[in-house]
Design a protein around this ligand. Structure first.
Ligand SMILES: [Zn+2]
Length: 283
C-alpha cells in the first residue's frame, strides 16, 4: 500500500489535467467491467488520483479507472508512448493509457497469476473489492481503540486479521510480516488473546511502518518503487538471511501462492512454525 500511495502522488503530478487520448487493451482479461466501456474515457480529462486500500483510482471527469495491481502487477510511466496500438497477446502488457501530450502509462503483470484487475465505473464503490474494504490504517480513524475492537471481535490468528482487507485495508502480506517482527509477535497468535499492551505496540508499529515506507517511497519514480520496497523490508522476503535484530536465521511458511517470513528467536520463542497450521489462513 505505501507503494500505491506513492504512485498516487506520482500520477497526480503527471496525469491530472491531462486529457486521455486513447486506451489500448491488449490484455483483455485485465478489464473486469464493460459498462461504461473503456473507450468512454477517451476525450475526458483526468481530474484526480486517489487510493482505496491497495486500489488506485483515477477520476476521469466523473468516470473512474480503478486498478488493482495485485502482487505482480505494475504501472510503468512512459514520457513518450509509441502511437501505434500494441498487438494483443500473451505478453505482460494489460492496458495502455495514452494522454494528450504523448505521455501515458502501461499496466503490466509479470508471471502467470493474472490477477491484475482494471475497472471502469461511475462510482469506485461499485468495484467489489473496494466496497468490502475495512479501515485504512493511514487514516485518522485507525485508532488504538478501533484496532483493539477489530482484534477482539474475530476468531483467527493475528497474521490473518492484519491481512484481511475487509478489516484493515492495505496492510498486506509484506508489511504485516514487518509489523509482527517489530513487536515480536508470532503470526499464529490468536488475535483475541493479545494483551492491551500488545495492541498498543501493534498499533504503533503499523502506523510507524506504513509512514516510514510511504516516506521512503514518496518522490521516487514509479520504476524505482518496487526495488525500494524490497530494500526497506527487514524480514519479509528474507528467508535464510540473518535477522537484523538478533542474528537468528529468518524462516518462512509457504502457501500455494505466497509465503510469510518471521524470526523464531524474536517471535516464536525459538520454535519454528509448521506450514500446515496456516494453510487456510491466507487467501
Ligand atoms: Zn530476530
Amino acid at each position: 500500500m505505501p507503494e500505491v500511495q506513492a504512485l498516487v502522488g506520482f500520477l497526480r503530478a503527471r496525469a491530472v489535467d491531462r486529457v486521455i487520448a486513447r486506451v489500448d487493451v491488449p490484455g483483455i482479461q485485465v478489464l473486469k467491467t464493460y459498462d461504461p466501456p473503456v473507450t468512454a474515457l477517451a476525450g475526458l480529462t483526468v481530474t484526480g488520483v486517489s487510493r482505496h486500500g491497495k486500489f488506485l483510482d483515477l477520476d476521469v471527469s466523473g468516470l473512474h479507472l480503478v486498478v488493482h495491481l495485485a502482487r505482480a502487477g505494475w504501472l510503468q510511466w512512459k514520457q513518450a508512448l509509441a502511437p501505434a496500438p500494441p498487438r494483443p497477446g500473451k505478453g505482460p502488457l494489460g492496458l495502455r493509457v495514452h494522454l494528450d501530450d504523448g505521455s501515458g502509462f502501461d499496466l503490466t503483470e509479470a508471471g502467470t497469476q493474472k490477477r491484475l484487475a482494471v475497472y471502469v465505473v461511475r462510482d469506485p464503490a461499485l468495484v467489489p473489492g473496494v466496497a468490502r474494504l475495512g479501515v485504512d490504517p493511514m487514516a485518522a480513524e485507525f485508532t488504538e481503540q478501533l484496532l483493539a475492537g477489530l482484534l477482539a471481535g474475530v476468531r483467527g490468528q493475528v497474521k490473518g486479521v492484519l491481512t484481511d482487507q475487509s478489516l484493515i485495508a492495505g496492510l498486506g502480506n509484506a508489511y504485516s510480516d514487518e509489523v509482527l517482527w517489530q513487536v515480536r509477535l508470532s503470526p499464529f497468535k490468536p488475535a483475541a488473546n493479545l494483551s492491551a499492551e500488545d495492541v498498543t505496540r501493534l498499533h504503533t508499529a503499523i502506523v510507524d511502518t506504513l509512514r516510514a515506507a510511504t516516506g521512503r517511497a514518496e518522490g521516487l519514480a514509479a520504476a524505482a518503487l518496487k526495488a525500494e520496497k524490497k530494500d526497506g523490508l527487514q524480514v519479509h522476503g528474507r528467508a535464510g538471511q540473518p535477522c537484523p535484530r538478533c542474528g537468528d536465521t529468518v524462516r518462512e511458511v509457504s502457501f500455494a501462492t505466497k509465503s510469510l517470513q518471521y524470526c523464531p528467536t524474536c517471535q516464536t520463542a525459538g520454535q519454528p512454525l509448521a506450514d500446515r497450521r496456516l494453510s487456510r489462513l491466507l487467501k
